[in-house]
Design a protein around this ligand. Sequence first.
Ligand code: ADP
Ligand code: ZN
Length: 214
Amino acid sequence: MGVNVVMLGPPGAGKGTQAERLATRFGVPRISTGDLLREAVAAGSPLGELVRAVMARGDLVGDALMIEVVRDRLTRPDAAPGFVLDGFPRTIPQAEALERLTAGLGALTVVELIVPEQELVRRLCSRRVCGSCGTNADPSAGADSRCGRCGGAWVQRTDDNAQVVRDRLAVFSRITRPLVDFYRSRAAYRQVDGTRPPDEVAAALAEIVGEEQR
Ligand code: ADP
Ligand code: ZN
């Protein structure tokens, strides 16, 4: 049975960092739709041209397009043992599509990272990421440090400015938060306090996913 994990939570909750750790631990890929789209924008591909302006505003890319992107990604061989999805689904139609795409692969484990809004704003407006590979900077890393994975310089994501952050959080509350009700009724839905230190959050997530495997 696969490790089929969906990470839910608002922008800034730590989904990216934790999804990466969890995926590495269970030997499956982290599939971040935000990263897939940012790569497309950086490459100037047709997909990138379609989504560039929508992302810059903090709006959601259309469901049909997103479902295509994820369908494609899930059929790559590295996703055969499972996946940790980060940033998808974000709408009810996306969640329904995911049920269809993963039918027969075993149950989904859905974990939600809980972080209060004022902490999210603080984190997002001060966040730095690697300009080359997108890895999040350790908040305690000095401004003159470089990315540990690829040596790239830290930059601010263009959608991490105060106005777009507010818009992304509003979009989350209005459109993505209702997904919690969609998933809450299911057995494998769990919440984790995302304000705890990163190692503790990682341990809590690994324990939940490990339990579901048994
Ligand atoms: P966040 O920090 O807001 O969670 P992501 O890196 O996951 O950021 O996504 C960045 C942007 O990419 C979103 O604001 C949105 O425009 C687009 N995006 C990513 N995933 C989806 C999705 N599943 N559906 C629609 N749009 C998406
Ligand atoms: Zn890097």
